[in-house]
Write a protein that binds this ligand. Structure first.
Ligand code: GUN
Ligand code: ZN
Length: 443
């Protein structure tokens, strides 16, 4: 065999574009029986029907996933590495939940050993959930960024992150604040120098959200963001009614999105998690500027935040990715997230097909993060991040997919009933990083 080439046999599903509300058959490909050929460099060489592997690629180590489904690695566009210990905390909506549970947990990240331990656990959990790319909030501490990026690098994962910025009391507690805007900028620049574009890591300037930010902080954020053409920006927007009212009182402006717009924060490579309480003018601005929304259904239901209008956002041409938003969200699994997304949309008379769901978790996420040239599907030369899914992960799933009359019905059962138990294996850059039987491949 050619050194390092591997040929993965199984059903192969990927997307070329958004299938839309009524799946357009030109937007997706299913090869069953299929094969995925991965080169020694961890990039895709070819995907197609098992019987049509080009002769010059036939020489590789075979890996048998027959009877299972191979899809591109999942993309989680929004979650918090700092909230591993507060997932499933009882009884509060956003602002009280932050104060009561989140901020105390985030204070612990000042200690490097805690940050390292939790970041390692966090990334292993992503891999066990089939997630290979994620946009992540750590904490205000530089140690939290270093720990997350170091651990991500060991696993070759594509992670976007950056130091959380907070400087406004009482929304940010006094002992979890940047001492000054100057120091926040200096720390951010130091971390950009250390991590931005190193291997698969991308720096994202991370003001937590408007209520924890002074005007001077948001001005600095907009300025630094505009200075680097490929720097990302991530924050939260319009998640909760009380939060929206607070922002109106603190900043005025036409809308919450308009406040961020005022500071030059909108643009390609900027992400606004939630964006539930927005209007058509906001959607037009987000679309015009190439900004992204992270749709986080388990979190929006758990925190009682509200229902995100996907059709309106996509209809306006806004990029939308899925986010688990752990620890506001209640699962690291994008399958579970899709199951909840379906319900959030059902409550608004919208329908999420399985094809569109899997598109959102893969190529849609890649597009949302402007990485569609590198990841998201199995076109040649893409990075070979992929997941092997088990149709028979549980007795209920096994039975339901056996009696299904066609592929789309089976896929819908997998989307609705699946969770981390359905992740048979996760590969990053062609390398096995998680196996359900063996556990995590040590980094
Ligand atoms: N808004 C500001 N901070 C947070 C956070 O940590 N989680 C969520 N869901 N919303 C936020
Ligand atoms: Zn969040």
């Amino acid at each position: 065999a050619a050194p390092g080439r591997s040929i993965h046999y199984g059903a192969v599903l990927h997307f070329l574009a958004d299938p839309g509300a009524k799946p357009n058959p030109d937007t997706w490909q299913l090869f069953d029986p299929g094969a995925l050929v991965v080169g020694a460099d961890g990039h895709v060489e070819w995907a197609g029907p098992e019987g049509e592997i080009p002769p010059e690629l036939g020489d590789g180590t075979p890996v048998d996933h027959r009877g299972q489904l191979i899809v591109p690695g999942f993309v989680d566009t929004h979650l918090h590495a700092s909230q591993v210990d507060v997932i499933a905390s009882f009884g509060e909506q956003l602002l009280e939940w932050l104060e009561k549970y989140v901020f105390p947990a985030e204070k612990a990240f000042a200690a490097g050993d805690h940050a390292q331990l939790v970041s390692s656990l966090f990334l292993d959990t992503l891999l066990a959930s089939g997630t290979t790319t994620a946009m992540v909030h750590p904490t205000v501490h530089k140690t939290s960024v270093d720990a997350l990026f170091e651990e991500a690098r060991k696993r070759s994962m594509r992670i976007l992150s950056g130091k959380v910025l907070m400087d406004r009391e009482p929304y940010a507690p006094p002992d979890l604040k940047d001492p000054s805007v100057e120091q926040a900028e200096a720390d951010t620049r130091e971390l950009i120098g250390r991590w931005h574009n190193k291997d698969r890591l991308t720096y994202s300037i991370t003001p937590r959200f408007a209520p924890t930010s002074t005007e001077a902080l948001l001005q600095m954020v907009g300025r630094v963001y505009q200075e680097f053409p490929d720097l990302w920006l991530q924050t939260h927007a319009a998640e909760n009614k009380e939060e929206v009212e607070t922002v109106r009182e603190l900043f005025g402006g036409r809308s919450y999105i308009d406040v961020y717009d005022r500071y030059g924060m909108l643009g390609g490579r900027s992400l606004y998690a939630h964006s539930i309480y927005i209007d058509d003018q906001d959607r037009t601005r987000l679309a015009q500027t190439g900004s992204t929304i992270a749709f986080c259904p388990t979190s929006n239901l758990f925190l009682g935040s509200g229902l995100f209008d996907l059709d309106a956002a996509r209809g306006a041409g806004v990029r939308v990715g899925l986010g688990t938003d752990v620890g506001g969200g209640t699962s690291y699994s994008l399958l579970v997230t899709l199951n909840e997304a379906y319900k959030v949309l059902a409550l608004q008379q919208q329908k999420l097909s399985a094809l569109r769901g899997f598109y959102l978790a893969t190529l849609g996420g890649a597009e949302a993060l402007h990485f569609e040239d590198r990841i998201g599907n199995f076109q040649p030369r893409k990075e070979a991040d992929f997941v092997v899914l088990d149709w028979a992960a549980t007795p209920v799933l096994k039975r339901r997919t056996e009696v299904a009359k066609d592929f789309q019905e089976r896929l819908f059962a997998l989307m609705t009933l699946g969770d981390e138990r359905a992740i048979r294996a996760t590969y990053v850059l062609g390398q096995l990083r998680y196996d359900r039987g063996q556990g995590i491949a040590s980094p």
